[in-house]
Design a protein around this ligand. Structure first.
Ligand code: FCB
Length: 447
């Protein structure tokens, strides 16, 4: 029996700033990530995306590589400041032309292009005007979405507005390890709300411009209590609201979780009721990024969530310290279906950083832990599908080793190894494993 239906998308994912390099080429404007990574001390070894995987120049080879692996879909993001150097107004035709070439190359190779409009690289010019804190960002984003869909909508079957609004808020404005690096309890809820408003306006604009399907990508990390003590249960509930329900409840139910006011206290604003009509504009599908779970305990001193993670040393952990726990992927897919309804789902990211050497050894990179990670998580997706969850595709994170934000190049998530000294690409064992899964449509996963 074949568990993965015809038309199931077998993909890999990347994002613009993490792979493209040449961030200012051909008239592009700087993004907040360009600015952030060029500020000394903010990224590991002061690494930047100046070169990254040089995909801007090597995209055609990379598409051939995807074709050789048998991928049927590719999820990438567009750099807003390539296409609109100042974030609004004039379009830079040479920037847009890069994405036209990429989309055409993908289609020519039989690979479905899945476009993320925003994967964290806000034009710096918009940050100068307040970035995600300025309520006008919703209109800036809608104009950008409209421009992209008018240009590429005839060739792109799947669009998503934002990648991981939670990370934009939490990493960018609340705790600050990611661009633009703010640390403010008061800014965090305003940013979340503007992200959601921008998402809603973006959906309306993309649909009006003819997008065939438009959705949102969230990262979900199921929370489990460290014990059944009431304090641990409450800590689990708060972190679950903050990370897993903060965006989905407004989008699907038109309200924030009650725990948000409990977490943010005086920093939690009163939002206009009319905003929720925009935010809950129906979407065509939901993209879920899944990496790990969180086991939580009560920690009154850790503000504002009063919760902390309990390390699970009995399981494998990745190079980013994330526990490998595939059961939570199956569970979260069922949870989404049960809580938010039977909307088509895509796993838009799933993968792991494990140590790989900087250079291939005798032409090969053996990564047995990553192979196991993919085997277990693909089986978990299959389990959820057997229980009736409508999963339409799966995207490995990532196609290539790349610039892992403030962690720099040391954390390798690729199924294809990149030698950053030479730009040589070497498919790892995990790429060969995934190819075989695709070729056999899942049969090689075993039971
Ligand atoms: C996700 C991001 C992606 C990458 C992976 C490891 O949160 O969307 O860009 O950083 O984590």
């Amino acid at each position: 029996m074949n568990d993965f239906p015809d038309g199931f998308l077998w993909g890999a994912a990347t994002s613009a700033y993490q792979i493209e390099g040449s961030p200012l080429a051909d008239g592009a404007g700087p993004s907040i990530w360009h600015r952030f990574s060029h500020t000394p001390g903010l990224t590991a070894n002061n690494e930047t995306g100046d070169v990254a995987c040089d995909h801007y120049a090597r995209y055609a080879d990379d598409v051939r590589l995807m074709q050789a692996l048998g991928l049927t879909a590719y999820r990438f993001s567009v750099s807003w400041s390539r296409v609109m150097p100042s974030g609004t107004g004039a379009v830079n035709p040479r920037g847009l032309a890069f994405y036209e070439r990429l989309v055409d190359a993908l289609l020519g190779a039989g690979i479905q292009p899945c476009v993320t409009l925003y994967h964290w690289d806000l034009p710096a010019a918009l940050d100068d005007r307040g970035g995600w804190l300025n309520p006008d960002v919703a209109l800036w984003f809608a104009y950008y979405a409209d421009t992209l869909v008018l240009a590429l909508g005839d060739r792109v079957p799947l669009w998503t507005t934002l990648n991981e609004p939670w990370v934009v808020m939490d990493g960018g404005y609340h705790f600050g390890p990611l661009a633009p690096g703010h640390r403010s309890l008061f800014e965090a809820p305003l940013v979340s709300h503007n992200l959601l408003r921008a998402h809603g306006q973006g959906v309306l604009a993309a649909r009006a411009a003819g997008a065939r399907a438009i959705g949102l990508v969230v990262n979900l990390e199921p929370k489990y209590p460290a014990s059944d003590q009431p304090g641990d249960l409450a800590a689990t509930r708060r972190t679950d609201a903050y990370m897993n329900r903060q965006y989905l409840d407004p989008v699907f139910r038109g309200e924030y979780p009650a725990e948000m006011a409990e977490i943010f206290g005086d920093a939690w604003p009163r939002f206009a009721a009319a905003d929720f009509d925009l935010i809950r504009t129906p979407i065509d599908f939901l993209g879920i990024n899944y990496y790990t779970r969180g086991v939580m305990r009560d920690a009154p001193e850790v503000l504002p969530l009063r919760a902390e993670r309990v390390p699970q040393r009995q399981h494998i952990t990745t190079e980013t310290g994330w526990e490998v726990y595939p059961d939570a992927l199956a569970a979260v897919l069922e949870w989404v279906r049960d809580r938010y309804g039977d909307i088509p789902l895509y796993i838009t990211e799933n993968g792991a950083a494990f140590y790989d050497p900087p250079h291939a050894i005798d032409g090969a990179v053996e990564d047995p832990l990553r192979v196991a990670y993919y085997r277990w998580h693909l089986r978990a997706v299959r389990d959820a599908m057997r229980r009736g969850v409508d999963v339409r595709g799966y995207f490995a994170w990532s196609l290539l080793d790349n610039f892992e934000w403030s962690l720099g190049y040391a954390k390798r998530f690729g199924i294809v190894h990149v030698d950053f000294a030479t730009q040589l690409r070497t498919p790892k064992s995990s790429a060969r494993f995934y190819s075989e899964v695709i070729r056999t449509r899942g049969a090689s996963l075993g039971q």
